[in-house]
Design a protein around this ligand. Sequence first.
Ligand code: FAD
Length: 391
Amino acid sequence: MEQAMVIVGGGIGGMAAALAAARAGMSVRLVEQAHAFGEVGAGIQLGPNVVKVLESWGLGDALRSVAAFPERLEVRNALTAKTLGVLPLGAQALARYGAAYATVARADLHGLLLQGVQAYGVPQQLDTVLTHVEEDAQGVQLHTAQGHLLTTPLLVGADGLWSRVRQHLLPQSQPRSTGHLAFRAMVRQDALPAALRSRAVTAWLGPKFHAVQYPVCGGAWLNVVAIVQGQTEGDPTSWDHSANAAELRARLANAQAPLLDLIHAIDDWRLWPLYDRPPMTSAAQQAQGRIALLGDAAHPMRPYMAQGAGMAIEDAQQLVMSLQTQPSDVSAALAHYAQTRWRRNARVQARAIRNGEIFHLRGPLRLGRDISLKLLGQHVLDVPWLYGYQA
Ligand code: FAD
């Protein structure tokens, strides 16, 4: 490939793909609509499958300097505060899967990918909004709102949930509202009463809501996300609506301490309306011809497996491996990429939907869920096919 591949979208997925390609000596250009690269103030969990990829890119030390490494994942009943199940992480995850389970601020993860991309001198084009795509025998043409025309032999659409690149490949399909809203906050742990500070990943299961909390920034901050059922007004493409703390407190009024105390201790909440797409059904949803989709552009998922960014990072690793196996035939390489990735992405999407249903169960089904978790604990919380994955 003489001309550079173009990656549209400099989020976690696009940045990971740019770094993977640059590391492999490929010529790559990154195009981003925003004025500056960045991420919203929230956290992200990274399973051992994802930490393994970051380590293989030489980012292990950088990750260790910003992430937290929780000792356990615990699931608790939000209405009684009773612990239902525990999955040991820490040394046990390391021994079992060959990599740690990490929790990190999104900005820190994005920042360490960006640093890698800058170290390789990858050309970046900010303030550039892709409007539409055309293809001919010469390659793929990208048209932008700023009047640029870029031509490339290989286009990677890492432009997220509302992807323009996907619209070109699959014009019929639109993201769907999940009917779930995510209230999120990040708070300094030393600003919280001692009883509310935590070094674990804790998932609180309630009827029609759940909440997840975990440390980030080496444990100095706590990330909290509460998911409730409902719709919101306003721009669905924004991840950053202002949120009403009183509304969240009313929705979780039946929760017990310490969850209820935590919700009351935080005033500054932001709101994400959650959208997804149904699980993928074919390789054509991952790549076609000279165009690949990656991350949320291909497989936006509900966050209930905590693996959306993880799958984007795995996609990035596989994309470059597939290009290396077929360096002179872009379409064949992308076909290999799509075949290798789509079933796994579909499986995680489907499991995330199911988890959301289980987390929000009501009535007798909820009781059955709690008993199963009590009896099977670690066996249902561990996911070897996911965490043990190796490309
Ligand atoms: P995005 O982050 O959406 O990036 C797309 C980029 O493309 C943006 O920079 C955007 O500006 C740019 N762009 C868009 N359109 C254009 C255009 N036309 N022209 C130029 N540029 C464009 N995942 C995990 O792995 N672990 C977790 O714990 C986790 N928790 C989550 C919790 C919540 C509440 C939510 C909502 C999601 C969570 N996820 C998690 C999922 C994860 O956030 C996403 O899967 C991930 O951020 C997707 O990254 P991306 O790069 O594919 O897309």
